[in-house]
Ligand binder design. Structure first.
Ligand code: SF4
Length: 288
């Protein structure tokens, strides 16, 4: 039997940094409560573990309940400027793990908005990252996610366009072409982070070579669902599992070349546990 792991699988740089920081804060914390604003990642195993260690999830509407000395972890997606100001006023300790790539987008938007440019964000208006970025230009951005939406945009004198970090390059390019016809003086920044693209391409390549493909990740993680779809197109025996125990012998017993990939919210230890379970089920590890 051969187990092949996709070249890029699991945590990206930003998520890894965020989770490591959360665990370091738990170690350091002597008093005060630790919260994360929304789930730090879409992985119930990690959320449960953090909860057991005293980290609670709080939603934006409940932030009023925080008081001086409480700690709030701001996740990789980042938040609006208004929210930072609100937390600072309440003397909440901010542990900011906004991904540096997202921070860069926020800084660009803030700078050009203050220089008098209209702001255009290409991305999903409901995505927390886009909501946060829009909060650096007083929520005045034109948020576009399709050519149709771009065509409906009014003519602008000068504007600055940025991309949601997880956009697909081609999608951005097509929409940007339309935006170009709508703005007299356009400055744009391709702020796409290639972590998602690399993970998807690696999964696609691997799925073509194997007999069965295992996609590990949270059931509600959209990037994991996307990986599953990509793998299904290239390998008919594709299974999405959240936890190692979901892997059954039936899934792999007929196959000798097994591929493994994992969504951005899957920790390394879960991937390793799945690898161990494959070996146990196939009778190549007798240590259970
Ligand atoms: S996908 Fe890219 S931008 Fe998003 S958290 Fe990961 S490294 Fe940062």
């Amino acid at each position: 039997m051969k187990i092949l792991i996709a070249e890029y699988a699991g945590f990206c740089f930003g998520v890894k940094r965020a989770i490591e920081t959360a665990y370091q804060e738990i170690e350091k914390n002597k008093k005060g409560k630790i919260y994360t604003l929304g789930e730090i990642i879409h992985n119930p195993l990690v959320i449960d573990d953090l909860f057991k260690k005293g980290v609670k999830v709080i939603e934006e509407k409940d932030l009023e309940k925080l008081s001086k000395g409480d700690k709030l972890i701001i996740r990789t997606h980042g938040v609006s400027k208004k929210l930072y100001d609100f937390l600072t006023e309440r003397e909440v300790e901010i542990i900011d793990v906004t991904c540096p790539f997202v921070k860069k987008v926020q800084n660009i938007v803030y700078e050009y908005y203050n220089k008098g440019y209209s702001i255009i964000i290409v991305g999903d208006k409901n995505h927390p990252e886009v909501i946060g970025v829009n909060g650096w230009c007083d929520n005045t951005a034109y948020v576009l996610n399709s050519i149709e939406e771009a065509k409906k945009m009014p003519q602008l004198k000068k504007a600055c366009a940025v991309a949601q970090t997880t956009l697909i390059e081609k999608h951005w390019e097509k929409i940007l072409e339309v935006i170009n016809t709508k703005v007299e003086d356009l400055i744009f920044f391709n702020t796409i982070c290639d972590a998602t693209q690399k993970r998807q391409s690696a999964a696609e390549e691997l799925a073509k070579k194997v007999e069965v493909m295992l996609v590990i990740g949270g059931k509600h993680s959209s990037n994991t669902q996307k990986l599953k779809k990509i793998c299904e197109r290239n390998c008919k025996n594709t299974f999405h599992i959240e936890a190692p125990k979901e892997l059954t012998l039936d899934m792999i017993k007929e196959h000798e070349i097994i591929g493994v990939t994992a969504g951005a919210s899957t920790p390394d230890y879960v991937i390793e546990d799945v690898l161990k379970r494959i070996k146990i089920l196939k009778g190549e590890d007798k240590n259970e």
